[in-house]
Design a protein around this ligand. Structure first.
Ligand SMILES: *Cc1c(COP(=O)(O)O)cnc(C)c1O
Length: 498
């Protein structure tokens, strides 16, 4: 299997090379040259596999320069009972005969990003080994919350790597902040930046583009890399759980051979739903992929009209991990749907950069609409959905998954479709306890309580357990106290690397 850039200037690279590089130097994203197929024999064979065995079988088709043993090691180091609190890793929960929730948050930080960030460090160090790389890899992350902690948990004490996470001092929830500043590990640094997420993100970008920094690191035998979802090594592991969900449904006899399913995904950067698209292209029968957005509904408009327009107000919502106006991974979808037309994709992406807007041709738009259905809902509807689903099914949704559930209801109402449907649940409700509590707990109980008291309250009221990654967080020692200005970030990095 060889990989190529969606802007056309890089071709014929191995998976180890593209995982190490992260983003293509021509500004594009790396994609596989073709999409490997799962035959009916593959599917029947995999049906009785464990999650780990399914992951190995699927990863082998993409990572052809890795040895079997290397893939098994990566998978077993990531998906085990020390990191995940459920044996199925990504369990399916039935709400009724046709609606299933796939819980993707049983990893150490209680958000779906663990599914990829638990394995990415192992894919990356193995890629270094395969390509003969001896430099230490330094991962720089700017985070608005979930990615930072998931990356820290994944890279903690992984040999020949260091990780530095910057978060906005005033931009993350109390639980998210505590999760990060209590992070253990010899190779980790967490620092608060005075400012908002954009300040932290721009600071990190500047460090990446700083020539002097690059040379200093080179002299120290170090190389910077990124852990965000433009890296193929983060997208690939996400394909696995959609195939696993389909196989679980088949194994339980809920669907028959060849029967199609819908998949609903609460979407931000378009990484998670793109993995579902790839699962479909590999051979999972899919009726519709339903793309759910919050008030930042740039993707809803794109899927309905073929026009992508980021020139709009940025809305701060109670599903913050989906507050995004540029969905980077859409570029990979367009590259697939245009039959790998790098010229067209480059043109649209240039338009986006220049004017914040592009419009795809009518054939591409038709192809998008054949596969995707899209909708959005605001914060009020999100809270109402959490409350309704709790009353109807005694199932507690987090704010992101509630957006997906709401949009799925809109879809059923509009289409009357009763196809078996999997809704991707991207976070534990305890991770966003404040908002979730306001949907299900009486006001008298909640008033004057801080975020940690709300956690306990929510647990006792619903009878659910606080997941290990969040439990007793306020009692853990604070290990990271660095606070810096935006223009001090480079110094912070250099000091840590000395
Ligand atoms: C990151 C995230 C999303 C959005 O996923 P994308 O791959 O960026 O579309 C949704 N929900 C939660 C909880 C997240 O952390």
């Amino acid at each position: 299997m060889k990989y190529e850039s969606s802007r056309g200037k890089y071709q014929g690279l191995t998976s180890a090379e593209v995982i190490k590089m992260g983003i293509a130097p021509d500004g594009g994203l790396f994609v596989p040259g073709f999409i490997p197929q799962l035959t009916e024999e593959d599917l029947v064979l995999m049906q009785d596999f464990s999650y780990q065995e399914k992951a190995v079988h699927i990863l082998k088709k993409f990572l052809t320069d890795f040895s079997s043993e290397q893939i098994v090691n990566c998978v077993n180091s990531a998906y085990n009972d020390q990191s995940f609190d459920h044996v199925d890793i990504a369990p399916l929960v039935a709400l009724n005969r046709t609606t299933y929730i796939q819980e993707l948050w049983h990893g150490p930080t209680c958000a779906f990003k663990d599914m990829a960030l638990q394995i990415l460090p192992h894919l990356l160090t193995t890629s270094s080994l395969i390509t003969g790389e001896t430099d230490e890899i330094v991962i720089l992350v700017a985070t608005s919350g979930d990615t930072g902690k998931a990356a820290l948990a994944g890279f903690k004490d992984v040999e020949n790597t260091r990780i530095i996470v910057f978060y906005p001092e005033e931009g993350v929830s109390e639980v998210q902040k505590r999760q990060m500043i209590t992070q253990e590990g010899k190779n980790v640094l967490v620092a608060a930046v005075r400012g908002n997420f954009d300040d932290a993100q721009n600071g990190v970008k500047q460090i990446f583009n700083d020539r002097q920094m690059g040379e200093l690191l080179k002299a120290k035998h170090k190389k910077m890399s990124s852990a965000n979802s433009i890296n193929w090594g983060r997208l690939l592991p996400q394909i696995v759980y959609y195939i696993a969900a389909y196989l679980d449904l088949r194994q339980k006899g809920i669907i028959k051979k060849g029967e199609k399913i819908n998949i609903v995904v609460p979407t931000g950067n378009f990484g998670n739903i793109l993995a579902a698209f790839y699962a479909g292209k590999m051979g999972i029968p899919i009726n519709k992929l339903i793309c759910a957005s919050n008030a930042n509904n740039v993707l809803t408009d794109f899927i309905r009209t073929g026009v992508y327009d980021r020139n709009r107000k940025f809305e701060k919502t109670i599903s913050p991990s989906m507050d995004i106006l540029i969905s980077s991974n859409l570029e990979r979808l367009l590259y697939e749907l245009t039959g790998h037309d790098a010229g067209k994709v480059s043109f649209w992406m240039e338009e986006l950069k220049k004017s914040g807007r592009y419009e795809v041709d009518s054939l591409t738009k038709e192809k998008v609409q054949e596969i995707f259905w899209a909708g959005f809902c605001d914060d009020e509807a999100t809270i109402k959905t959490i409350s309704e689903v709790w009353q109807e099914y005694a199932y507690l949704l987090d704010t992101h998954t509630a957006v997906a559930f709401n949009v799925y209801r809109q879809y059923v109402e509009k289409t009357g479709d009763n196809t078996v449907t999997v809704i991707a649940s991207t976070a534990s409700p305890f991770k966003f306890a404040g908002s979730v509590a306001s949907a299900v707990l009486p006001q008298e109980l909640r008033q004057d309580k801080d975020e940690f008291q709300i956690l306990d309250l929510l647990a006792s009221y619903t009878g659910l357990n606080i997941p290990p990654g969040i439990k007793d967080l306020e009692k853990k020692p604070v290990l990271h106290k660095t606070v810096c200005d935006k223009d001090e970030m480079k110094e912070v990095v250099l000091k840590f690397l000395e």
